[in-house]
Design a protein around this ligand. Structure first.
Ligand code: ATP
Length: 964
């Protein structure tokens, strides 16, 4: 089936026939009505016969509609002929019939609205404003506009519909031209109503009206029936049984069933009175056949149903109640039409071999035959549930006409055909959850409809290629292509892929006019199916057929004893195996429950069960039409069968895949939605917990600041806060993190803590800091990052390195050290003097920051073993007491104001140490220490210093320093 996008893509090809896209279809819509109603009279083949009567009664042929193919002037005779053929082509007529609303339809408003006589707008009923909000904009389909040859609104009368759509075909038929009309639509869209009609008076469909018009028109011109039509175009001597209408059934049981099924009203009184003018120089005979294509098999609906209940040799084992009538029927073969029947045609169609056809002499006789065919269709199950036809019904009407002056000459006869097809509705397997036999039926219906669409698409593509080649009129690469070359590029139209298309192929590739009726129920729930059908109609309107007269017999038929024989002689070759030699004939058996009576027909409702046996086609070459065919190659046939089987499997698999895909998409969407929701919940929980943690931290921070006395009074607080830089605030936050880390360290395995202080007992530290009158966390935070395990390791390494250094390098290092110290002191901005000197109680815990760091490597530099041992023991022992001891030594701290002198103080202090220990300061150690966040520590020490000052501790220290 062509998609809209594919048809759009194709329309870019500069083919001579104007490409019909959806947009152009809408534009051309207004022109269509003027083109459609005028019937086209086929080109008559010249006849040398003299007219017996004046032709006044013959309808004046209307002017041929303007050519839809605009070719250039022919360059040669061949191309001129080709262009003439091209110019006689016309597109398939597509009519839309909208069904009126019945009470049961769920939709309140139709999703299809006619916007003119030829255009209709279709919008998805699911695509409401509400839905649009739910889904992405790209998913929402815009309303589609489709155009048709004509659109019939719901209130159209059957008579008007017939006159506009079918009457031109009836006229063609009587003038020797073939025609095909088929109805296409989903189940319950009104196809059967259109073809057969309703039960109320005046609602007869196009089939009974066609029969009425035919017999009205040939009244007094009926032939004597010496000859009968065979195959597509052949002629054979008549058989006495041809004009003997079939009995309803020879078997009483079956006849009873069939008669009780006959609940259709007698519509004789409402015969269509239309008469079309015909050429009265001819005499006419009318023949009728009725076929159904069910489950990819062709069955004759006018072959009498045989009851094999009492047969001695029952071909099929009977189970259960043997009194159930057993009906059998056999599928018919489709065979290629012999070339001799239509030698002028390059392409031959296929005919249904063994199909019975009856000569009908009146409309009522023809209607009763149709009724019998309907009964057979019901009794064999394809109309058993009365709700839906599950087979394609084809009524074939043949008109054989011969010149009255040469009525005994079979070579003067011309046979034209009109086939009216009531296609089965496309079943919605997904919606109805069909299984078993119903699923198979639905699959076959959909398959044949799909193949019909594929054939249309390939035909359109091929026709465009041919038209393009004809449009080129030049030399060389751009010149006109040779016809043979063009033919080689054409694709094979897949008529063989379905029995339906195989039976109808000659209408598409031969001469004839095709009319398509699209039935639609705009209140139906199957929007998707209906939109597919609309696309199919759009595609069909781009396919061209060639209306021309059916051939007149030219060669005298080869009459055999009682039967017409073809021009070929049967020559069985070495490989002439019959089909049954390759594969045994298949027999299908099923039970059918037939409902009869009911309130609508005024009879008591009842049910009958029949057993139906369907046999495969007989592969024998000879048939009752007297046709002798070339022996088929059984291997080729078997391969084709296999291809068909695989194709059906593929189709079923694709259908299943489509269903699975749709379901998977739904599931994935739901899962995604759930995941998104759970993620949303998780993130909101996480956000809330983070907010809570932040609040707790803030509270803790405030508590600590309270403990530190920073919030004791507004004055103090402001003074303290002013002194806190932004960086310091960050440090305070970091201290909280450090707190956590220190706390967690205590739970872990014994290892070196992050700082010397961290190894200390927390309580003890707190006590010490409390006694210092400052905040524990501030001290911890300020000290913890200063000396870490890494520092220790580095220091140890450096000690080893330094011990190996030469005297010269020591001097150089000293200089460098001094420089570094100065730099450091400068960067400290004289805060070194502000370092708090611990009280005596605090001495043990107090670790001066930069001083302690500087002093440790100084010790390691001691050249005397005693000093080395001391350094080693210092590494093992907690460093703090030692450092605190050293801190107890008088520091030259006076006032913070004495910044210039204070710059030298660390040096002097170190000098003092170095004097004691005689160890120079390791420059690398200092460099390493300089990398640490001394600024932060110093700043916090400054805060501490200020806090002490505020708390009076500073005064105490100052006093003590004053004593020194
Ligand atoms: N134009 C119409 N006017 C009045 N009633 C209609 C019309 N078209 C269809 N109906 C009614 O709608 C119902 C279904 O129509 P119909 O049986 O023709 O559908 P269908 O397409 O042939 O279905 P299926 O494919 O299943 O055979 C019938 O009762 C028929 O009488």
């Amino acid at each position: 089936m062509a998609t809209r996008s594919s048809s759009r893509a194709r329309t870019t090809t500069p083919a001579p026939p104007p490409p019909v896209t959806r947009a152009t279809r809408t534009r051309t819509a207004s022109r269509a009505p003027s083109e459609d109603p005028a019937p086209v009279v086929p080109a008559r083949k010249p006849s040398g016969r003299k007219p017996l009567e004046k032709r006044e009664n013959v309808e004046t042929p209307p002017p041929r509609p303007p050519s839809k193919v605009k070719g250039k002037a022919p360059a040669s005779k061949t191309s001129s002929q080709a262009l003439n053929v091209e110019s006689e082509r016309e597109s398939i007529m597509a009519y839309l019939r909208i069904r009126p609303r019945a009470g049961e339809e769920p939709c309140s408003s139709p999703y299809l609205i006619p916007i003119s006589d030829t255009a209709v707008r279709m919008s998805d009923p699911n695509d409401t404003q509400n839905n649009r909000a739910q889904y992405r904009a790209s998913v929402a389909q815009p309303p589609s506009v489709y155009s048709f040859s004509h659109i019939f609104p719901p209130n159209t009368r059957q008579q008007d519909f017939f006159t506009k759509t079918t009457l031109p075909l009836v006229k063609d038929l009587l003038q020797g031209q073939n025609g095909l009309l088929f109805t296409y639509g989903v189940t319950n869209s009104g196809k059967t109503y259109t073809v057969q009609g309703g039960k109320e008076p005046g609602t007869a469909g196009i089939l009974p009206r066609t029969l009425d018009v035919l017999f009205n028109s040939i009244d007094g011109l009926q032939g004597d029936g010496k000859f009968r039509p065979v195959r597509l175009y052949g002629v054979a001597p008549a058989d006495p049984t041809d004009s003997r209408p079939p009995q309803i059934s020879a078997e009483p049981a079956v006849a009873q069933v069939l008669r009780s099924l006959d609940d259709s009203p007698d519509l004789e009184f409402e015969a269509d009175p239309t008469v079309v003018p015909v050429d009265r120089n001819y005499q006419y005979t009318i023949w009728l056949s009725y076929v159904e294509v069910y489950n990819e098999k062709v069955y004759d609906l006018l072959a009498s149903a045989k009851d094999e209940t009492d047969m001695h040799v029952d071909p099929t084992p009977r189970a259960g109640n043997s009194k159930i009538p057993l009906l059998t029927r056999q599928a018919l073969n489709l065979r290629p039409s012999p070339v001799a029947d239509n030698p002028d045609s390059e392409v031959g169609g296929k005919y249904i071999s063994g199909l019975r056809q009856f000569r009908v002499t009146s409309a009522s006789q023809a209607k009763s035959l149709v009724k019998l065919g309907q009964l057979h269709r019901r009794v064999f199950g394809t109309l058993a549930n009365r709700e839906s036809s599950r087979s394609h019904g084809m009524v074939i009407i043949k008109v054989m006409r011969g010149h009255r002056g040469e009525k005994d000459d079979p070579t003067s006869l011309q046979i034209s055909r009109l086939t009216l097809v009531d296609l089965a509705g496309s079943e919605r397997t997904k919606h109805t959850h069909t299984t078993g036999d119903r699923l198979k039926e639905a699959g076959n219906i959909n398959k044949s409809l799909m193949v019909l669409g594929q054939c249309m698409e390939v035909l359109r593509t091929n026709q465009r290629k041919v038209a393009m080649s004809l449009a080129h009129d030049g030399i060389g690469a751009l010149g006109r292509m040779d016809t043979r070359d063009v033919k080689r590029t054409l694709s094979v139209v897949p008529f063989r892929h379905s029995k339906l298309t195989e039976a109808l192929m000659d209408y598409f590739i031969g001469d004839g006019r095709v009319v398509m009726i699209v039935n639609i129920n705009p209140y139906d729930t199957g929007y998707d199916e209906n939109s597919h059908i609309m696309k199919f109609a759009a595609l069909a309107r781009e396919v061209y057929t060639t209306p021309a007269a059916a051939p007149v017999q030219k060669l005298p038929p080869n009459f055999g004893p009682g039967k017409l024989k073809g021009n070929r002689i049967k020559e069985p070759g070495p490989l002439t195996l019959t089909g049954s030699d390759i594969a045994p004939k298949m027999i299908y058996k099923r039970k059918v429950t037939i409902s009869m009576g009911g309130a609508d027909v005024g009879k008591k409702p009842s049910e009958t069960i029949v057993e139906v046996v369907e046999e495969d086609e007989d592969k024998a070459y000879d048939n009752e039409d007297g046709d002798v065919e070339e022996p088929a190659n059984p291997l080729v046939d078997a391969l084709f069968e296999e291809i068909e089987r695989l194709r059906v499997l593929l189709y079923e698999a694709e259908e299943r895949c489509a269903v699975v895909e749709a379901e998977t998409r739904d599931e994935v969407m739901q899962e995604m939605e759930e995941r998104m929701k759970s993620m949303e919940r998780m993130y909101s929980r996480r956000l809330m917990s983070e907010i809570e943690q932040n609040e707790l931290k803030t509270d803790a921070k405030i508590d600590m600041l309270h403990q530190a006395g920073l919030f004791t009074s507004p004055v103090k607080r402001s003074a303290t806060l002013e002194s806190l830089s932004e960086e310091e605030e960050e440090d305070i936050e970091m201290s909280l993190v450090d707190d956590d880390m220190v706390g967690s360290d205590t739970d872990g395995p014994p290892s070196r803590s992050a700082s010397p202080l961290a190894r200390k007992d927390k309580a003890k530290t707190n006590d010490a800091f409390k006694s210092m009158g400052t905040t524990t966390p501030v001290k911890k935070r300020s000290l913890a990052p200063m000396i870490t395990d890494e520092d220790d390791e580095e220091l140890t390494e450096l000690e080893d390195d330094e011990s190996e250094r030469s005297e010269d390098s020591e001097e150089a290092d000293e200089d460098e050290d001094a420089e570094m110290m100065e730099t450091q002191e400068d960067s400290d901005d004289g805060d070194y003097e502000d370092q708090k000197v611990p009280s005596e109680d605090e001495e043990e815990d107090w670790v001066p920051t930069s001083t302690s760091k500087k002093r440790t490597p100084a010790k390691s530099k001691a050249t005397q073993p005693a000093v080395q041992g001391q350094t080693a023991s210092a590494k093992k022992q907690p460093r703090i007491p030692k450092l605190a001891t050293e801190l107890n030594k008088p520091l030259d701290r006076t006032e913070p104001k004495a910044a210039p002198q204070a710059k030298k103080k660390p040096r002097s202090s170190l000098d003092t140490d170095s004097e004691d220990d005689e160890v120079p300061v390791a420059p690398k150690k200092k460099r390493q220490l300089a990398k640490k966040t001394i600024m932060t520590v110093e700043s916090v020490e400054q805060v501490t210093w200020e806090a002490e000052k505020i708390n009076g501790q500073g005064m105490k220290t100052i006093r003590r320093l004053g004593n020194y």
